[in-house]
Write a protein that binds this ligand. Sequence first.
Ligand SMILES: [Zn+2]
Length: 144
Amino acid sequence: MSSTDGRIPLFEREGFIICFEAQDEMTSLREHFKRAGHEKKSIDAMMRKVGSGKAVWFQCLVTAWRDGKQLAEESLGCCYYNSFEEFYKTEGDYFDDMVRQVILDAKKNSPWGCASCCQMFPDGMPDTCPNKANGCDELLASGR
Ligand SMILES: [Zn+2]
């Protein structure tokens, strides 16, 4: 098994490695699109495309990593695309929002970031955050 364990490292942003992973979607494609009001004919066509590998049906997991540690994750179910690449290469689509969110969360969860103002300290966390205006001092003192 590879070290990324099914994850595809896509790019680095703000010091975090952003990874994409496709997981099995437990909801059936037919059920999902039936509920969404699609016609049987178009659902059948989608099923055929997935069956022949011309489309993918999956649950997507986007994660943010640093120094081999996963710091945040976002998942999105019921993804239907022509390919996984289409999902994470289409600009302005769900993927962009997910990346923004994992970076935000990763900063909060990072031992090198201030949990309050999200400033990063790659060289080590100072005793007090320099951004006193945000009340960061108190947070750090209380163990955050
Ligand atoms: Zn701060």
